[in-house]
Write a protein that binds this ligand. Sequence first.
Ligand SMILES: Cc1cc2nc3c(=O)[nH]c(=O)nc-3n(C[C@H](O)[C@H](O)[C@H](O)COP(=O)(O)OP(=O)(O)OC[C@H]3O[C@@H](n4cnc5c(N)ncnc54)[C@H](O)[C@@H]3O)c2cc1C
Ligand SMILES: NC(=O)c1ccc[n+]([C@@H]2O[C@H](COP(=O)([O-])OP(=O)(O)OC[C@H]3O[C@@H](n4cnc5c(N)ncnc54)[C@H](O)[C@@H]3O)[C@@H](O)[C@H]2O)c1
Length: 516
Amino acid sequence: MSSQSFIAFVSPADSHNQLLIDRVHPQDWINPEPADCYDLVVIGAGTTGLVVAAGATGLGLGLKVALIEKQLMGGDCLNFGCVPSKALIRSSRVIGELQRANTLGIQVAPEAIAVDFAAVMERLRKVRAGMSVHDSAQRFQALGVDVFLGQACFCDRNTIQVGEATLKFRKAVIATGARATYPNIEGLEASGFLTNETVFSLSNCPRRLAVIGGGPIGCELAQAFQRLGSQVTLFQRRSQLLPKEDFEAAEVIQNQLRADGVQVCLSAEITRIERTASGKLITFRQEGRESVLEVDEILVGTGRSPNVQDLNLEAVGVDYDSVHGVKVNDYLQTTNPKIYAAGDVCSPWKFTHAADAAARIVIKNALFSPFGLGKSKVSDLIIPRVTFTDPEVAHVGLSETAARHQGIAIATITIPLDQVDRTVLDGETAGFIRIHHQPNSDKILGATIVAPHAGEMISEVTTAIANQLGMSALSSVIHPYPTQAEGIKKAADNYRRTLLTPMTKQLLKLLMIFSK
Ligand SMILES: Cc1cc2nc3c(=O)[nH]c(=O)nc-3n(C[C@H](O)[C@H](O)[C@H](O)COP(=O)(O)OP(=O)(O)OC[C@H]3O[C@@H](n4cnc5c(N)ncnc54)[C@H](O)[C@@H]3O)c2cc1C
Ligand SMILES: NC(=O)c1ccc[n+]([C@@H]2O[C@H](COP(=O)([O-])OP(=O)(O)OC[C@H]3O[C@@H](n4cnc5c(N)ncnc54)[C@H](O)[C@@H]3O)[C@@H](O)[C@H]2O)c1
């Protein structure tokens, strides 16, 4: 693809996108002369590839490392994922605040709220371009990484082809990520639709937007676009939004989306889409009834497909399938022990922080585990997740459903946010803090938090789980008053109260008597 078409890919061709391209796919980039043999060749310069390459060269051990990127360095997170979506969500949160300002005694007439959508998107592009310096080709070159721009493909067990260059490797890492998958709906392709790769290039807010898919992408962007001015209809095939989350957590989000004005269609099956003179006509079935809805744009967020095609993986004995991606063991080794894979191309946890953690495992296992000694395992990772709706939904560890499926007994403590002083003061009581622990033990097994900044709060529970700190330890930590995180302490205090048996009460009474 020419540099010109990359500009088109992250349109509009303004100074922000030009800066982005100058950093993550410079037009005048000349690939280096390949080294005789690389210690490590990394395919894909998204979060995974960048962390592996920077980590391996950053140690200053003189390792020869090559990084290959066919499109934009920074991958999904910088260009089409976390960064642009969270920049957009920031603007939409302001609208949310303004819309409920009257509950706080501040009168804001709805007609006084004016969204300058073009300015919102320009801010997104500016912020993204600014952050791109960290992922730039120039930065990685300066770190000592040989950066090759072009599509990589394995030739044989020791060589990778990129453009005219043939790179010899001792070890290789597949970090090619994933792309939007879209459902097989009659007329969808012909009618045209947006995905995460195109939606952040919009300059005009679609007046009527259909979002297909009620996962993290669908829920985050449905709420953001509704608040920024679209009339959004969210189609979810399942009976619950965010089906990987606790049912009550999803219910809070569903209620909030409806309060925002999103038409939430659950258990909906879209059967046909047609282009009309005035838009796109969606025919769908819900509860046995067929309905039609006309919209201006359709955004698809129905999951991801791993990028395993065109890599010639057969030639190097790397097993894969098109749904789960590259097959890896617990050490992130593929079926060819000299080739590793990490990130969205092989992981069920498709998050930037999971990609980062996996990349660190690859560096250790591929380069610093002689004879397989001291290797790290993916199964040891404790991976939290956050969906950045308003309120946010954060989770770590076991959920009730997972515990049931695995036959693990759990005890659960839930603190509704209307019992937390700070959320009461802030008028933000939709949500809860829920911690699962081992019955008759203070060992924490998992937690779900639904709160305005649940993403900031979940790390306390993650730290506790990762360091085998139990509910008693959380209860003994002093939390500043009034903060939302105090709800975590409240849950832990509730646990400690369950320890007050008639016997311990008797004991306390005795202590009281002798303390007089
Ligand atoms: C809309 C959206 C919002 C998201 N929000 C969040 C969030 O808030 N928090 C979070 O943790 N995660 C979020 N994610 C997920 C996160 O973006 C991904 O988990 C992360 O980017 C995965 O990194 P990766 O390096 O494995 O893959 P990618 O980022 O996909 O990078 C892979 C790279 O490999 C390149 N490549 C592919 N094939 C080849 C080839 N043959 N040769 C050379 N290069 C190749 C691609 O061009 C790409 O640049 C979001 C994702 C989306 C889509
Ligand atoms: N905040 C974050 O960390 C964040 C944000 C966005 C994306 N992501 C990552 O990206 C991944 C992909 O997100 P996603 O939301 O596309 O995928 P997803 O697989 O999590 O959710 C897709 C949803 O679409 C629904 N669906 C599928 N086909 C449908 C159809 N024909 N009609 C209606 N609904 C349909 C499914 O029931 C499912 O709930 C996530 O799993 C996550 O790992 C993370």
